[in-house]
Design a binder for this molecule. Structure first.
Ligand code: NTF
Length: 834
């Protein structure tokens, strides 16, 4: 307020106020200005990369205008906000999204064309913002898009990693990781060097009493690191609402650049301290569905959580409201357990710094937080060792122990003398060393806990969190089935399909009300429409085939059935089963007479996905896929009947090209292991059919689109435990014969040195087949036969494709965000005058 322009001078200001460009001329003027001034280039020196930079800067300016007004409006209205805390935001590219959401892509296209550039080539220049691993991070990005589109007052908080997820190269069939230094040129962020927070680590706790005789804890000593805010504007589609994503970057705290050392001539070590501070936000941990308990990761978590909470509390305090109104102004959503320390930090701020009583503070805390669980896999459930937390965050450990004590005391009152229950639900696991169970802390500190698909939400209530349902009652636990943004995953990724849908449903209203897709059902028998529908898919396949040819030198026939599995490589996702299936197909084809062979449905098996650098088995699976491709793709007898392709470096922008080109995609996790999956939704929304297990959101997709439009197979989640038991203790377990035949062929050396693949085989054959590959294999192969048959009936296939898309309205992230807003956050939209 102090720094505002006084009223009499505001007229002058307003006269020169930034105005968004409105037409092609205005866009071109901005573009040329940025090339000539911001980039200091000229028309003699303007390549596609410069055109991208200038175009991005022009649209950035355009966004800032709405962004500033949105922030002013939200502050003025003093409305309740949601803060979405996520260690990952897998945003992908921003330019195309910005142009489409603002509604000025046509202007840019025409404007660029007149200057000699194709807009597609300009868009391709942008690096992906890859600050995430997979589904969890991409979900956060879809949520930001929906929050802005629906005009909710919302901020995202994350870390500004200098290195996002690594780039994957495939060398001799093996994954090689290359660092992703993506910040060279990033026009989408605004450094806020004036918005900083000092973050404390290590040190010790001093217990004293204040003047009123009250016990107070002071956290002293240790070291300080500075958090600097970087803001990224998030435009909504067809609205002026532009929300903020605030990413924190770490820096040595001023004064921490140790002048003492410097003056003593110890320049090197003072620079080393500086670098150590910057290490905190240097790199995204590349694990998906796996927790590794590294100290630097804990530092990242606290650094990010403490900076975000300081910021949120600072904003609240400006309103001068009493503390008890904090939960009426602030909702904080914990994306998985990664930000769980926020619960402890808020309690610390309220009790130690603001002087509230424990109970009053705890009531505020629990009314503020909601926790989303994204996995039941035990290896992914976060635990931190007590000695590590004691060392890094001594006061927080005390608070965690107090939270736990009060919690267990209340459990004891409710269920007297059930000591095993206390042991099971305790936040502290009594192992050596003791471990803090972050999910338990998140449940105890939140007012709502949700899973991400119906089956998953049921599973957490009946398995890992069952005791907490007994303690808190079922209402604390709820389901919010995941969704995806149709703006990026239909309109941007598949513009021609989006246009065709618009022509049949009365415009682009479906992009903000996806249930309107159901109008397509009326046109399912319209011959011209069906032809166009099939043609669009075919053209998308041609584009992917060209990409495969250009980058990998493999010629694939776009008339073949494109069978796609793209996602992180993980044993539970069962890419190994897919490649075993491809080998089985190859062997079957080889055994056929040429006449028989000629009748078979040609296929292209397409894989993509990264393995965590430390996940050896996943890397072996990548190697096997590539080794099979090497043999199959060069087998003259097989020709177009089967190709096996591994597309390197799967990421958001590759997904935008691959997904629209799929005929069938694979979502084949062992039942009960994939919490939701979200690419299943993206594929169906783009007119691809899916083969899948009864897992995650596949089940709800089936309910919506009809079981005649999906290929389900395999054992059910409820049988998995019994089957696993039988593998180890059953005695008469035998390997599926077709799978045995596949193993034989691998071991014969058909795909290179069998030693390289021994571990993949023995995980199934000798070590209990934890993921039920053998149990499901027969059903998997039979279902693929049904896929081949169905694909032969081109008209029947098109009908399935159209009807599926028509029934996908439920899976918009808009529906999902509205459910969070109503059921968990209690926030209302706040719209500007458009
Ligand atoms: C992932 N969880 C799940 O594995 C996916 O099934 C789900 O679609 C996404 O979350 C989004 O909800 C994780 O990545 C994590 F971290 F929880 F393991």
């Amino acid at each position: 307020v102090e720094a505002s322009i006084p009223e009499p001078q505001r007229e002058t200001w307003r006269k020169h106020q930034a105005k968004p460009f409105a037409d092609k001329d205005g866009f071109q003027r901005e573009l040329v200005r940025h090339v000539e001034t911001t980039l200091a280039r000229s028309m003699f020196n303007c390549d596609e990369s410069a055109a991208y930079s200038a175009c991005a800067l022009a649209f950035r300016d355009r966004l800032v205008y709405d962004w500033n007004r949105t922030q002013q409006r939200q502050t003025l209205a003093d409305a309740k906000r949601v803060y979405y805390l996520s260690l990952e935001f897998l945003m992908g590219r921003a330019l195309d999204n910005a142009m489409l959401n603002i509604g000025q892509k046509d202007i840019a296209k025409a404007g660029l064309a007149e200057l000699g550039f194709r807009i597609e080539d300009v868009i391709e220049q942008e690096n992906d913002a890859a600050l995430g691993n997979g589904g969890l991070g991409r979900l956060a990005a879809c949520f930001l898009d929906s929050l802005a589109t629906l005009n909710y007052p919302a901020w995202g908080y994350g870390l500004r990693y200098r290195y996002g997820i690594f780039k994957q190269e495939i060398i001799d069939g093996y994954q090689v990781e290359v660092p992703d230094y993506w910040l060279d040129f990033n026009p989408w962020e605004f450094p806020r060097h004036d918005v900083t927070v000092d973050i404390q680590f290590y040190g010790h706790v001093v217990k004293t009493t204040d003047e009123n005789g009250r016990v107070v804890h002071r956290w002293e000593g240790g070291e300080t690191v500075k958090a600097v805010a970087y803001d990224v504007p998030i435009p909504g589609y067809g609205t002026s609402t532009t929300n903020n994503l605030r990413l924190w970057s770490s820096k040595a705290a001023s004064g921490e650049f140790d002048f003492q050392k410097f003056n003593n001539g110890d320049y090197e070590s003072s620079v080393a301290d500086q670098q150590r501070a910057e290490t905190i936000s240097a790199v995204l941990y590349p694990n998906d569905n796996l927790d590794r308990g590294k100290e630097l990761r804990l530092k990242q978590q606290y650094f990010w959580v403490a900076a975000s909470l300081y910021d949120i509390v600072r904003r609240f305090k400006k309103s001068k409201r009493p503390w008890k109104e904090f939960p009426d102004q602030v909702a904080i959503q914990l994306n998985d357990t990664h930000p769980t320390l926020a619960i402890v930090e808020l309690q610390r701020i309220l009790v130690d710094i603001e002087g509230l009583g424990w109970d009053e503070a705890w009531d505020i805390v629990t009314r503020t937080f909601g926790y989303t669980n994204h996995t039941v896999l035990p290896e992914a459930l976060e635990k931190w060792s007590v000695p590590l937390v004691q060392h890094l965050l001594p006061r927080h450990l005390q608070i965690i122990y107090d939270i736990n004590l009060f919690f267990l005391q209340s459990v004891e009152r409710q269920f007297p003398n059930d000591r095993d229950l206390l042991r099971r639900v305790s936040i502290i696991e009594e192992t050596n060393p003791k471990m803090i169970r972050m999910a338990h802390l998140a449940i105890v500190g939140s007012h709502k806990v949700n899973g991400v698909a119906e089956l998953h939400s049921d599973l957490i209530k009946t398995t890992i969190f069952k005791d907490f349902v007994d303690i808190y009652g079922p209402d604390k636990f709820t389901n919010v089935t995941n969704g995806i943004t149709p703006r990026r995953w239909l309109h941007q990724a598949n513009p021609r399909l989006s246009e065709l849908i618009a022509s049949k449903t009365g415009g682009y209203g479906f992009l903000t009300d996806l249930t309107q897709l159901n109008k397509l059902e009326l046109h399912v028998n319209d011959a011209d429409f069906r032809r166009e529908w099939a043609e669009i898919k075919f053209n998308n396949k041609v584009r992917l085939a060209k990409y495969i040819k250009d980058t990998l030198g493999i010629a694939v026939n776009p008339n073949a059935l494109f069978d796609v599995q793209v996602k992180r490589i993980h044993e539970y996702k069962r890419q190994q089963m897919n490649i075993f299936g491809a080998i089985h197909r190859y062997l079957t084809l080889k055994e056929m007479t040429p006449e028989e062979r000629a009748k078979q449905q040609p296929r292209v098996s397409i894989f993509g996905g990264k393995a965590a650098p430390g996940y050896w088995m996943a890397k072996q699976i990548i190697h096997l896929i590539n080794a099979v491709g090497e043999v199959v793709n060069n087998d003259k007898e097989i020709g177009d009947l089967l190709k096996v392709v591994f597309i390197p470096d799967y990421n958001v922008s590759k997904a935008e090209m691959i997904i629209p080109a799929s005929d069938i995609s694979e979502h084949i996790s062992t039942a009960g292991t994939e919490a939701s999956g979200t690419s299943n939704m993206k594929f169906v929304l783009n007119g691809g059919l899916i083969i899948g297990t009864c897992d995650g959101a596949n089940i709800e997709i089936t309910r919506e689109i009809g079981d005649e439009n999906i290929f389900l197979f395999g054992n059910l989640a409820e049988n998995v435990e019994d089957l696993r038991h039988a593998h180890t203790y059953g005695g008469d377990w035998t390997l599926d014969p077709s799978l045995a035949r596949v193993f034989e062929e691998i071991e014969r050396g058909t795909f290179g040195n069998p030693q390289d693949f021994a571990a993949i085989i023995s995980a199934v054959r000798d070590h209990g087949d934890y993921y039920l590959v053998s149990d499901d294999f027969h059903s998997y192969l039979e279902t693929h036969k049904l896929v081949d048959e169905a694909y032969r009936d081109k008209e029947g296939w098109t009908t399935k494709s159209i009807l599926s898309v028509a029934r996908m309205g439920f899976f918009s992230s808009d529906r999902c965000i509205n459910e969070y807003a109503e059921g968990i956050w209690n926030i209302e939209p706040l719209k500007g005058e458009e």
